[in-house]
Structures are given as C-alpha cells and as structure tokens.
Write a protein that binds this ligand. Structure first.
Ligand SMILES: *Cc1c(COP(=O)(O)O)cnc(C)c1O
Length: 493
C-alpha cells in the first residue's frame, strides 16, 4: 500500500482531539452568551456594518483547518456584533419575537441530542407531539385534532391550505393533480391577508387569482357581507367556493377578523375555515384580551407562530388541523424505506406524514423548556403587557399634535405618522421614512413602515418581552426631535 492509502485507512472524525479544550471554549461561549443577552439594552438596536466586515464574508471556502477558538473569535467580531436587533427592547419592526435564553439552550441541546424528528420511537418524538398538544390546548382545539411543528407561520399556512384544497377539491387531487378539479376552487381572505397566502396559492397550483381579496370595514376587518356576495357570485359563475381564511391579527395593523361570523358563514356555505393566527392565535391565552379571538376554536385549521409571541428562537411555526385524518391524508406516503416495525426505533409515529419535510429538526425542545420554566400563564400576561403597551403608545401619539394615528390599535401594532402641514403624500412618505431611517441609524429604535388605505405610515409592532413603557416614551420623544431636525434641514424643509 502506498502512503496515501495508508492515510485514508486511518480514522478521521469531526470530534475534537481533546474534549477538555472544547469544554473550556464552550464555557467561554456560554459566559459570553449570557453577557450578550444580559447587556442587550446597553447596545444600539442596530448598526451598519463597516466595510471590513462586509469583505470578511467574501472570503473563499476554507480548505485548511483553523483552531476552534480562532473560528469563534471571527464569529464574535464579525457576526455577533451586527445582529438584526430583534432581541433588543426597542426593536418593533415587521413582526417577530425577541427570543429567550432558555429557548437558545433548548436549541443547543436539541442539536447535541441530535434526533431527527421525521419520526421514530424516541423521546424527542414524544416531546414534539406534546408541544403540538399544548398548542391545541392554547387555542381551544380538541385533543383529537392533529398538528405539526414547521419552520414558521408561512409553512403552517401552506399546510392548512393544502389540507383545505385536498378536502374540497372533489377529486383525489394528490393522485390526479389540480387539472382534474372539476370546478375551479375559490379561496377568500381580506385585502389585508399576509403575502404568504399568495405564495401558498401559487405553490398549490391554484394560482393567485383563486384567492379573492375581500374588502375590509373601517377597522380593516373582512367585510362579511361583501364576502357573502363574493361567494354567491362565484357559485353563479360555476366556481367552487372552498375555503375562507380568517386573519387573527393582520400584519399591517393587527386587525382581527370576526372569527365567529366567519365560522358561521363557513358552516352555512360548506367552506373550510382556516385561521391565520400567526399574530393573534396566542391571544387566546392572554386573560385580558382572549375575547378578541373568540371563534378561533371553531376553525378547521390554524396557523400559529411560536417564534412570535412565545419568543421561541427561530424557526418555529405550528399548523393545527381539526380533522386528523384529513391532515394525514394530505401528506402521508409510506415508501419502502420508511416502513414501521412492530417494536424498536421504527415503531413510533412517522411525524413527517403531516407535512412536506422528511427530515425534521427538533424544534419542540426550545418551546418546551421555556414553557416549562415560565408556564403558559406568564406568556399570556406578556401578551397582555404588549397590548397594553401598544395602547399606551397610541395614547401618547394622540396627545401629540404633530403626530397622528393612521389606523386603530386593536392589539400590539401601532400605525402612525408625523404630520407635515400641507405636504402631499409623497413628501410625507419621504419625511417619515427619513425619521424611520435615522431612528435605525442612530441605534435608537427599529420600526418599519407600511401603507394603510393609501396613507404611508410608521409601524410599531410590539412582540417583545423586553420592551418597557419608558422605551415607548423615548420613541415618541426621539421621533419629535428627529422630525424637528429633519424639517430644519434643507431637503425636507
Ligand atoms: C408572520 C406572519 C406570517 C408568516 O409567518 P412566518 O413565521 O414569518 O413565516 C403569516 N401571517 C401573518 C399574519 C403573520 O404575521
């Protein structure tokens, strides 16, 4: 044998040559991580990366090894120092949770334990099912319902809409495809529906136009009479009304559709009732506000998002389906290499029968540990706290003559803008965008913007267990200061 073959015959592994070194470094990583979260309030929410950090990420693929402490040093300097910022108490952009340390430990332990949640007879599988059961309980779903943990709300909605399509198609759509559906299906949602539903309709082969956007009332909730009229019109035109999507908390303004009315209408019209509860499903556990989402328990399927108001580290979404067999019948396939055995590891449930993934990550542990540590009642109080904070901010804005609310605040989203007397819409937009960008660039707060009924506005979505009222007071003060500063500058005067 030549030397190359000799070398190949010796064993290589990714395990460290000396576990004691790894242990020492890991202690440091944990110490740094604790400090990182403990001191998050003292750092800017966000900051621009300097050019050397950008070029760091242009480095070619590593071929030779590096020491783990050196690798970790690069991560600390180039990555940890420039986060998105959503773990910060003054991050209120788009819509996302702010994570938590216990959840991060859960993610770490899940990776260490390493199980594949595609299925099988092992403890992680039982924990995955337990967390799904807890999610059912949170929204008042029956124990016999089924569900699955997925990457996030978008995937959870796709799961729900897939089951809806298959249940209402009138043909075996899995076998024959959408082309065999006798009457084209129609889905309905308000004009405030999240963009993931469009992607879902496209991916399901139904097409974007099969999702009718129904106008909304003054509170930006679906207009149920307009929905009824649309359904009747579609029946007359030989379409098959199949599914109504109710939104419990729209992404623009947090409006909550009348879920009870939608449940009754779906029943009367024989439609599937899906609830996009990515924002609001969990309000069901918040004692002061649970009534806002009454009716959610009547849905046929629900998408909810533990990485929003349960603050699970990304990614964690959950799809729930009342009719467990309809759920399984939409996805289950048993290839010869995934057959069950009467005993042993392959005797457990194949959890991948409930979604599109084969290999599934161990998402349950990060949710499970934080729920055990704090209990669901605390999460409910944190949701109430965020909603109360949003109402506080709305009051502050109402009290400031130069600021105005641009939509009603139902839950935890506040839409507002700085006035600019007599300015046309495009100038108002440029002015408010400039305020938003300076808030970010000065590391004060991160908001996002949107357009509600043709009016551009700034948007504060408080899904954040670290936010305090004083943070919102500061936001208003700084918005006023920046408004003054920008007005006195040339280009926006
Ligand atoms: C966040 C959100 C989604 C998408 O969920 P992801 O977890 O981002 O995939 C869908 N619908 C609504 C109403 C949302 O707020």
């Amino acid at each position: 044998m030549d030397t190359l073959q000799d070398a190949m015959a010796t064993h290589e592994t990714l395990d460290p040559p000396d576990w004691a070194d790894v242990q020492a470094l890991s202690h440091r990583v944990i110490d740094d991580a604790v400090g990182y979260l403990r001191d998050v309030r003292d750092r800017p929410v966000w900051r621009e990366m300097p050019p050397e950090v950008r070029t760091f990420f242009d480095a070619p693929m590593p071929r030779a090894p590096a020491s783990l402490p050196d690798v970790y040093g690069e991560v600390t300097d180039n990555l940890m120092a420039y986060p998105m910022g959503n773990i910060h108490p003054r991050f209120w952009s788009w819509y996302m949770g702010s994570s938590n340390f216990t959840g991060a430990l859960g993610d770490f332990l899940a990776a260490i334990q390493g199980s594949n949640l595609g299925g099988g007879n092992h403890a992680a599988g039982l924990m995955d099912s337990q967390v799904v059961n807890w999610c059912k309980e949170m929204v008042g779903f029956p124990a016999a319902a089924s569900g699955t943990l997925v990457s996030g709300g978008s995937m959870a909605n796709i799961i729900g809409l897939t089951v809806a399509r298959n249940a209402k198609a009138g043909v075996d759509v899995r076998e024959r495809g959408v082309g065999a559906i006798p009457r084209p299906l129609r889905f309905y949602a308000s004009d405030q529906v999240h963009s993931c539903h469009r992607k879902a309709m496209e991916a399901l082969g139904l097409g974007n136009r099969a999702l009718r956007r129904i106008p909304t009332d003054t509170g930006l909730r679906i207009d149920v009479d307009a929905l009824k009229a649309a359904i009747a019109e579609d029946r007359d035109a030989s379409f098959k009304p199949a599914c109504v999507i109710g939104t419990a908390g729209t992404v623009n303004t947090g409006a909550v559709d009348d879920l009870q009315a939608l449940a009754a209408l779906a029943e009367a019209e024989d439609l599937w009732f899906h609830v996009d509860g990515c924002i609001g499903a969990l309000i069901a556990v918040a004692p002061q506000n649970a009534a806002l989402v009454a009716g959610i328990e009547q849905a046929h399927s629900i998408a909810l998002d533990p990485h929003k108001w349960l603050h699970a580290p990304f990614e964690a979404g959950c799809a729930l389906v009342r009719d467990a067999s309809a759920h399984r019948n939409s996805f289950a396939v048993t290839p010869e290499y995934l057959e069950s055995t009467p005993r042993g590891l392959a005797s457990g449930q194949w959890l991948n029968d409930y979604g599109l993934q084969t290999t599934r990550g161990f998402r349950a542990l990060k949710i499970w540990m934080a729920l055990k540590e704090h209990g669901i009642e605390k999460f409910g109080r944190l949701i109430d706290q965020n909603i109360a904070q949003a109402r506080h901010l709305a009051r502050l804005i109402e009290d400031e003559p130069v600021l105005e609310l641009t939509a009603a605040t139902t839950v935890n989203i506040v839409c507002f803008r700085h006035r600019l007397d007599g300015a046309p819409e495009d100038r108002l937009k440029a002015f408010n965008t400039e305020i938003m960008l300076r808030l970010q660039e000065e590391g004060i707060a991160v908001l996002s913007d949107t357009t509600v009924r043709g009016r551009h506005c700034l948007r504060v979505a408080i899904t954040n267990h670290r936010t305090r009222r004083e943070d919102l007071d500061l936001l208003v003060r700084e918005t006023l200061r920046l408004g003054q500063e920008i007005k006195s500058g040339m280009e926006y005067a």
